[in-house]
Design a binder for this molecule. Structure first.
Ligand SMILES: C[S@@+](CC[C@H](N)C(=O)[O-])C[C@H]1O[C@@H](n2cnc3c(N)ncnc32)[C@H](O)[C@@H]1O
Length: 375
């Protein structure tokens, strides 16, 4: 087989560096680190050693639903968009700041960042090994994607700008479109397997756009509305992963707030660990972390699936019994909807329908936070 290194060379040429491919995945598990360098992340790592294990000593009891290989069990075709995301209108995440709670090995987070035009996606998971895998998922997706037009010197120029400070903003109001799906698997899987991942780009893809959103709107001296430019990043710069028990711990991005929180198939695990009170806390955190007008996209698991999961440990069995005693909230009986609307404060719910095969057949619902509600 003859190997054509041209696309790599093009990217390297733009960066002005000599070709420098990263070593293959087996030798270097993740190539770009989360931006957080704080002692907080060290503290979180210590905390998560209780929840996770190294590659070697890991007994995969998956007490938090932290299954390795989850997507190969759940999805037939990993090259198409996740069916739950496919239920959303195509522009649902365009320019949005998104949190994926319980991101597992990152496939959904990568799809939102790469294919759905999200301004930023933060994937968080309680299991640090899954977070490492998620970074690899992102590295692999980036390594297979076709070179972006503005990295190709022979391509016509686009609206993207490089290395432009925020005050020198473009006046464009539309963010860069996600790459067409035909360019996502442009390079065969064998290429990164043989030669390693492409290095992550540094500040090559950042552009600045005027996006009218509440946090960026200021007033001029005459009291007129002024829309400030915001930084728009494209994949993979728009994607970050963090390890945290998000019910009980904050991550650095929480303070800035999210337009959308995606919580797919995580409520059962939070419920089994924290009972109704834990689930209430999770819903409250979602509400408080959403910006006004934000959306919580929820795929809850029915209570009928809890008994089997509770068999994983004595503690979960005891919690399951306790849940039954105290009157567990059951999504299939409308309890989650009632709590989210009447107790937590969401304005309304939109039911998008069901997806998934066999035991994974579940409903997807979108809870709306009121515009102008800062609580
Ligand atoms: C069943 S998997 C669902 C994965 C993914 N959300 C999806 O549906 O495509 C549940 C994930 O939630 C994570 N998780 C459970 N409790 C969590 C918590 N308190 N904070 C962060 N992640 C959590 C688990 O580690 C696991 O990866």
């Amino acid at each position: 087989m003859s190997f054509q290194p041209l696309p790599y060379a093009k990217r390297q040429k733009v960066k002005g560096e000599s070709p420098n491919l990263c070593p293959p995945p087996a030798r270097q598990p993740h190539l770009y680190e989360p931006t957080s360098s704080s002692s907080n992340s060290q503290r979180q790592q210590q905390h998560h050693s209780q929840h996770s294990h190294s590659n070697h000593d890991r007994p995969r009891t998956s007490l938090h639903g932290n299954f390795v290989g989850y997507y190969t069990r759940r999805r037939q075709d990993l090259s198409t968009l996740d069916p739950r995301l496919a239920l959303l209108p195509p522009s649902a995440l365009q320019d949005k700041k998104v949190l994926d709670v319980g991101c597992n090995s990152g496939l959904v987070a990568v799809e939102m960042a790469q294919r759905m035009g999200a301004a930023r996606v933060v994937g968080v998971d309680i299991d640090e090994e899954l977070v490492r895998l998620a970074k690899r998922t992102a590295d692999l997706a980036w390594s297979r994607q076709a070179p972006l037009p503005h990295l190709d010197p022979s391509a016509p120029s686009t609206s993207l700008q490089r290395d432009v400070p925020p005050h020198a903003s473009s006046t464009s109001s539309s963010a860069p479109a996600p790459p067409p799906s035909s360019s996502l698997n442009h390079f065969p899987l064998a290429l990164p397997r043989m030669f390693g991942y492409l290095p992550a780009p540094s500040s090559l893809l950042t552009s600045y756009h005027e996006v009218p959103e509440i946090e960026t709107v200021g007033l001029t001296r005459r009291g007129k509305r002024k829309v400030m430019p915001v930084e728009v990043r494209t994949f993979p710069e728009n994607l970050r992963f963090r390890t945290a028990d998000w019910v009980n711990e904050e991550i650095d991005y929480d303070k800035r707030g999210y337009d959308v929180i995606v919580a797919f198939s995580i409520t059962k695990w939070i419920h089994l660990h924290g009972l109704n009170a834990g689930l209430h806390l999770f819903f409250t955190r979602c509400y408080q972390s959403l910006l006004p007008g934000g959306r919580l996209i929820l795929e809850p698991q029915p209570f009928t699936t809890y008994a089997k999961s509770a068999r994983l440990s004595d503690e979960l069995k005891a919690n399951y019994e306790q849940l039954k005693k105290e009157g567990a909230w059951k999504c299939e009986e409308g309890d989650f909807e009632r709590v989210l609307l009447q107790e937590i404060g969401f304005e309304k719910v939109e039911k998008l329908g069901e997806t998934g095969e066999k035991g994974f057949r579940r409903a997807v619902e979108v809870y709306h936070k009121r515009e102008g509600s800062w609580l």
